[in-house]
Design a binder for this molecule. Structure first.
Ligand code: TZP
Ligand code: MG
Length: 225
């Protein structure tokens, strides 16, 4: 059994290795109207191990209400919630941490703001971006886009398994790949040393998000086999 969410040392390597394998990034914009929270629940029933609330359009009150709803939905599953970009919403929503990109607060600003207990993830799209970060401040890296994706317009060109490998060779920080990952594309990532995969479309646009998560959970086991 897992200890209660708030008591866990989320930043420990053991905790990160447990939560990163199947990571769902989700917000209202990724799902048909009114369904996103149910999709998140079904995804956790299917084995999703970590959630990121990512919402570029809601006003602050709606953002906070949604983030709180996701935290409450995830708690019985012992699944942590990370907040994309909006560091101010982390403590207010009861989330376990944040995920930032290269154009957001710096890892130093984020760590100073969040304190020592919160999980902090950073997006990295190249070796150049990787080299500018201080690994002591960041708990995991989201590397990609692994494959081409239309979900994030400014995500840059796909870096492929080779680009991901180049970064993995330079770090001991846990890494998840993101971008265009499906049950068909994930085999190209086997054996690279990834700790997990982060997904939007494969789960949120699937008619059966639980089934999609179960299928992906089975494949994710082969990442480290
Ligand atoms: N960051 C890099 S690619 C991406 C993000 C948020 C989108 C990934 O979404 P999908 O739909 O799984 O390709
Ligand atoms: Mg961002």
């Amino acid at each position: 059994m897992h200890p209660p969410l708030q008591d866990k040392d989320w930043r420990s390597r053991a905790a990160l290795v447990e939560i990163l394998p199947l990571y769902l990034v989700i917000g209202p914009g990724n799902c048909p109207e009114g369904t996103w929270l149910g999709v998140a629940r079904q995804a956790m029933e299917g084995g999703v191990t970590c959630l990121q609330y990512r919402d570029k359009t809601s006003d602050p009150a709606r953002f906070l209400a949604n983030a709180r709803a996701l935290v409450a939905t995830a708690a019985p599953f012992n699944v942590p919630v990370l907040i994309n970009d909006r560091l101010d919403m982390v403590a207010l929503s009861g989330a376990q941490g944040a995920h930032i990109g290269q154009d957001d607060a710096t890892p130093k600003q984020a760590r100073d703001f969040l304190g020592e207990k919160a999980i902090l993830g950073l997006s990295v799209g190249s070796l150049e971006e990787f080299e500018t970060h201080d690994p002591r401040l960041v708990d995991y890296l989201g590397v990609g886009p692994a494959f081409s994706t239309t979900t994030k317009a400014d995500s840059g060109d796909a870096i492929g398994p080779e680009g991901i490998s180049a970064i993995l060779e330079c770090t001991t920080t846990p890494v998840v790949a993101i971008g265009g990952i499906t049950t068909d594309s994930i085999p190209y990532l086997y054996g690279l040393g990834l700790n997990g995969v982060a997904l939007i479309t494969f789960i949120t646009r699937n008619r059966d998000p639980k089934r999609a998560s179960l299928d992906m959970a089975a494949k994710v086991k082969m990442l480290t086999a």
